[in-house]
Design a protein around this ligand. Structure first.
Ligand code: ADP
Length: 203
């Protein structure tokens, strides 16, 4: 769908390329996209990975579902259309961060495969690495964890359209990494991510 409302706009190229920025910064930009149900561990892992990258002298920056909804996306709710727009905007912002040379860590439930594929496409079109990480955990464990009490509220009917309870989550089929957070420790999960980045020449 082409929903472009702007006309007569022409891209203005700069003189500094991404490669030159990358040489200066001694790192390559990329987007790590953490997807999974609420409380699966997306934000917790992103925080850990951010610190592990910093220790390797790599700059990362976290874009986090709740945080972004406080600002840039505060005018969006949780309908399918708003969830789509939420992810589209974040995808574009993350692409900008990665283009600037930063390792962008995105933690968003992002329940629809089509939306995640759209973000991947935005990155591919600009030859920017997009790494989809499925943060997977059984619903039983999630409901036990329930750090924000949201599952309890959703089960009681106090939250409508809660992903995994009465709104769908489309698990990734083809992703770069699959983390079972009900089987691994946080430290192990972080190591899997760092190893992947090293093995695939992203660091
Ligand atoms: P999300 O960002 O996916 O909504 P959070 O990171 O906010 O999830 O919450 C995950 C919760 O699960 C945290 O309270 C965290 O301490 C807990 N947790 C328990 N085990 C793990 C694990 N192996 N990996 C990540 N989080 C875990």
């Amino acid at each position: 769908m082409n929903d472009n409302k702007s006309t007569n706009i022409i891209w203005h190229d700069g003189k500094v390329t991404r490669d030159r920025r990358s040489q200066l910064m001694k790192q390559k930009g990329a987007t790590l996209w953490f997807t999974g149900l609420s409380a699966s561990g997306k934000s917790t892992i992103a925080v850990e990975v951010e610190e592990a990258l910093l220790e390797r002298e790599k700059v990362a920056y976290r874009l986090d579902g709740d945080n972004i909804r406080h600002g840039l996306n505060r005018n969006l709710g949780f309908s399918a259309d708003d969830r789509h727009e939420n992810i589209r905007r974040i995808g574009e912002v993350s692409k900008l961060f990665a283009d600037a040379g930063v390792i962008s860590l995105c933690s968003f439930i992002s329940p629809y495969q089509a939306d995640r594929d759209e973000v991947r496409k935005i990155h591919q079109e600009h030859q920017i690495p997009f790494i989809e990480i499925f943060v997977d955990c059984s619903l039983d464990v999630l409901e036990e964890r329930d750090p924000k009490g949201l599952y309890k509220k959703a089960r009681a009917g106090e939250i409508k359209g809660f992903t995994g309870i009465d709104a769908p989550y489309e698990a990734p089929i083809s992703m770069e990494l699959h983390l079972r957070t009900d089987q691994l420790s946080l430290k192990e999960e972080c190591q899997v991510v760092i190893d992947y980045l090293l093995e695939n020449n992203h660091l």
